[in-house]
Write a protein that binds this ligand. Sequence first.
Ligand code: ATP
Ligand code: MG
Length: 206
Amino acid sequence: MSKATKKIGIMGGTFDPIHMGHLILGEKAYEQLELDKVLFMPCGNPPHKRNRKGRATDEQRAEMVRLAIEDNPHFELSLIEMHEEGYTYTYRTLEQLNKANPDTEYYFIIGADSLYDFDTWCRPDRICKAASLLVATRNAVPEESLKEQMLYLEEKYKGNFIQLHTPNLEISSQTLRDWIRQGKSVRYYLVDEVYTYIREEGIYRA
Ligand code: ATP
Ligand code: MG
């Protein structure tokens, strides 16, 4: 067995739009786990979900991520989940990465809401085999409940679940889309360049 020499975090999401919560999770994961880098991986939308009213296109979501992370040398944009067919499964992406990079250990970063959904994801057992799960709190979920769910999944799927030490970050893309549509300020919740881009492109106005 080859020994892992690299540790890479993966921050996956819709990023519609990418916000401070995503960026802080990536940065804290980098720091806490002493990662080599963090990949920001926007998921692809299947063709029937593209160009929906009030949503950003796949290209715009990717561009917002690029703008948000460009000044951080240990963040990188990965477009491997964005392709014509659209749909991708996390376990497949992770297995593909493991195969291509046998010297790398992967850490998949999720918020607490995703932890409670995890059972419904496709092949959680294979996700757990391919990566450690880094879990950040969200929606002020009680610490014991979070730990209990991590333990439950750890036993069920023989996974490695690690708690990320982040404060509760009261922010979601949904809230930001609503605020933009209502003409409310989202300043400071987003990187300035992303905010400018959203205004220039008129995203989320519909
Ligand atoms: P939406 O409101 O559209 O669902 P979102 O803010 O939840 O957007 P996603 O792109 O769906 O953002 O999330 C990607 C990942 O980041 C998920 O694992 C989610 O749990 C996590 N995440 C997003 N925002 C936060 C936050 N404020 N605190 C902790 N985790 C978060
Ligand atoms: Mg979400």
